[in-house]
Design a protein around this ligand. Structure first.
Ligand code: ACM
Ligand code: ZN
Length: 728
């Protein structure tokens, strides 16, 4: 530990901080040299800009006006200004890079290009006290930044986030907030997921029903959804341009396009009329590739997209198609024969190649989910978003394509951060993704020959599509959708940003964690409704007495830790942690929460030890005396994430206490669809088990699965027990 880190750690332990003293930039710059002294911003500080860069000076000026209240002079030219903005690609040397010099009297920000200059400004803002990001003047703040020399440049050109506005429509203001947050952390590509089964969000002049009909679920004043006009889209693109965030439109096909089929039923193979779904649903209806009319529609829409979006890349989606409709469609089958293909799935490769060539003619490159390169041959170079396995980027490069890593295991921020009871409901088809896990995402874990251009986080909305009222967030005292999306996005967006920006060999979780601790105040000032992290445990051990000993550390600079040792959840009135060791009778009796202003985190939590039941699989539920009635009643057990694919499963009920309990018929439901129905008639008591077996053959990621079992207590309602599930 360096002296500086030691002082920082000691300050954390004492809960005191010297404002603006430390350099805690996220993502971590390539090199930071700290010097003595500081720069003090006053109402006289001038901002000067080299030719053509006035908009960056005005951007900085407007941010500083909001937070400091100072109307700083903005001047053309850099020689006389206190803060001087310029571009010199030779002096910086790396695309999107910058050099930032903060002296006692003068600050120079030199970008390699416009993006680099913008990033120099972001780093500069992160050197000032956190209130610098506030949208209203902060009082009693000394606007000091430490003197430093920073050189910085990204390791990867693609640093993205995907926002799913198709399943949940966000208004323009929220999209701009998302862009601001991405820009603050130097993310430069927003994949704008505007099209999906449950909504079409891009105005089309040629096909107006796409938004008149396809943008709304239901009819009348209570209909849900919305869309962006072309003017609004141009506004979003311009907002992103200044902030070095390129807006990449995603036009999904051949699947995930039911919203267009609802508007124009002739686009599909069957021509049947459908409705927009209100819950997670992947339609089997594909765009019919065998009909001239639907291909003309596709080309028209892509042309309109190219006209509207200046981005180098056009995303064509391409994920999760099942080909039943193409197999049954005479037009699609005729096309398959004409093209000499053998399987319906190869039509997707043909479609991707056709569109990729069309886009190449217009100077654009096609990008899409990994399926665009794995379903039939594609000879035109494209970019694949690898969402299953990062090693598949090697396959992409072996076929002459490029890849972006967005593995669901680490980069899907629609999964919650934890499985602690009380965590918000979010995607459950895979384990939670903690901040640390997101930060641990492997990037170099593939062959040297792969051509990975970057990393991307994804925020899907299929678990809270626009027909569904979002759940309340007790932690935030909010039930608004934007707070929910912010909760899932922050602080993990910071991990996405650093994984994308920095070399993997330089990554250090303790260092990242320490810097992130200081960013929550910045997120507050930016109006980002983040998830409050639980306190960290720096050490814990079992004592000879069988008790457990814990040492803790706050996870937010300046926050309090409150804790309990009796198995209850702490409140703001529980014991205040003042450093040192805390002893609890058992590990699972210990709980601690972060108290940050008026917000309280979920508790640091240790699940009870079920290792003695390991052979029965993973814990899926438990019952308590008061939940069991003497008449047989259906009991719903949420098995999202436990049903992880097609195959055979075993579910076992294990009474732990009390008298007999009876289990009868058992069903497995995929949302409302019954997948299995198993007869049963078990009366069991502690020491006995009841096991059912069933098969799953229609697994779908993202869909909730529930086991429903008839249950009643026989002779005693003092029963309690556990449920385990296992894939065979
Ligand atoms: C995806 O998650 N369907 C790309
Ligand atoms: Zn067809």
């Amino acid at each position: 530990m360096t002296l500086r880190n030691f002082i920082a750690a000691a300050a954390v332990a004492l809960g005191v901080f010297a404002a603006g003293a430390a350099v805690n930039v996220v993502p971590r710059p390539v090199s930071v040299e700290e010097h003595d002294g500081q720069f003090t911003l006053t109402s006289k500080t001038s901002i000067g800009y080299a030719e053509g860069l006035e908009e960056y000076a005005m951007y900085l000026d407007s941010i500083l006006l909001q937070s400091t209240g100072y109307e700083l002079p903005v001047v053309a030219g850099t020689s006389k200004a206190a803060i001087a903005l310029s571009i010199d690609s030779a002096a910086v040397g790396a695309s999107e890079g910058y050099r930032l010099e903060v002296g006692r009297k003068r600050i120079t920000v030199v970008g390699a290009d416009r993006g680099g200059l913008f990033y120099g400004l972001q780093t500069l803002l992160q050197l000032f006290p956190e209130q610098i990001h506030s949208d209203r003047p902060a009082r009693n703040v000394e606007w000091n930044a430490p003197c430093v020399s920073i050189f910085d440049a990204p390791e990867r050109p693609w640093r993205g986030m995907m926002l799913d506005v198709a399943r949940y429509f966000h208004d323009v203001d929220y999209v701009k907030h998302y862009i601001d947050m991405m820009a603050m952390y130097k993310l430069n590509k927003l994949q704008f997921h505007m099209i999906d089964d449950s909504g079409w969000r891009m105005e089309s002049k040629k096909y107006p029903r796409l938004t008149e009909v396809g943008a709304y679920a239901g009819t009348g004043p209570s209909r849900l959804g919305g869309y962006y006009t072309q003017d609004q889209i141009r506004d979003i693109i311009e907002y992103g341009r200044l902030r070095n965030v390129e807006i990449i439109p995603e036009i999904e096909f051949p699947a995930h396009i039911l919203s267009a089929v609802v508007a124009y039923p002739w686009l599909s193979c069957t021509g049947l009329q459908h409705e927009l779904p209100r819950q997670h649903f992947i339609s089997r209806d594909l765009l019919c590739v065998g009909k001239e009319s639907s291909m003309k529609f596709l080309f028209d829409i892509l042309d309109e997209t190219v006209e509207l979006f200046p981005s180098k890349y056009i995303n064509i989606g391409g994920d999760e198609a099942v080909y039943d409709r193409w197999k049954e469609c005479p037009d699609c089958q005729a096309l398959l024969k004409r093209e000499g293909l053998s399987k319906a799935s190869e039509l997707q490769g043909w479609l991707t190649d056709t569109v990729a060539r069309m886009m190449a003619d217009r100077g654009r490159t096609v990008i899409g989910w990994e399926e665009i390169i794995t379903r039939g041959d594609v000879s035109t170079p494209v970019v694949a978003l690898i969402w299953h396995n990062v090693a598949d980027s090697v396959f992409a490069s072996s076929k002459g394509h490029q890849a972006i890593l967005t593995p669901a295991t680490h980069m899907y921020l629609d999964f919650p951060e934890s499985s602690t009871p009380g965590e918000i409901k979010a995607a459950g088809w895979m384990p939670p993704i903690s901040l640390e896990k997101a930060y641990s995402m492997p990037v170099n874990d593939y062959s040297d020959s792969s051509s990975v251009i970057g990393v991307q986080g994804c925020l899907w909305s299929d678990q809270f599509i626009h027909g569904t009222v979002l759940q309340e967030l007790p932690q935030l005292d909010e039930n608004r959708s934007e707070a929910y999306v912010d909760y899932l996005t922050f602080p993990r967006l910071l991990a996405v940003a650093e994984v994308a920006w920095d070399k993997e060999s330089r990554r250090s979780w303790p260092d990242f964690r320490r810097r992130v601790m200081t960013h929550f105040g910045r997120l507050d000032a930016m109006g980002a409704a983040y998830r409050v992290p639980e306190p960290s445990i720096t050490s814990m051990k079992e004592l000879p007495s069988g008790e457990w000993e814990f040492v803790l550390e706050p996870s937010i600079e300046g926050s309090e830790i409150r804790y309990t040792t009796d198995g209850t959840y702490p409140t703001v009135h529980s014991a205040l942690y003042k450093g040192g060791k805390v002893v609890a009778p058992s590990r699972s009796d210990f709980h601690a929460v972060t108290v940050h202003g008026r917000r309280v985190s979920l508790p640091t939590y240790f699940a009870p030890d079920y290792s003695r039941y390991e052979r029965y699989g993973a814990i899926a539920g438990q019952w308590q005396p008061l939940q069991v009635q003497t008449v047989a009643t259906p009991w719903n057990i949420d098995v999202i994430g436990k049903i992880s694919g097609n195959g055979s499963y075993e579910i076992t009920f294990i009474p732990e206490k009390g008298g007999d309990i009876h289990f009868g018929r058992l069903k497995l439901m995929k949302r409302d669809e019954q997948l299995a129905d198993v007869d049963g008639d078990y009366t069991v008591k502690p020491g006995q088990t009841a096991t059912y077996r069933f098969d799953v053959d229609a697994f779908e990621a993202g869909t909730p699965f529930t086991v429903v079992v008839e249950r009643n207590g026989v002779g005693s309602n003092e029963t309690s027990g556990l449920v385990f599930i296992r894939k065979l």
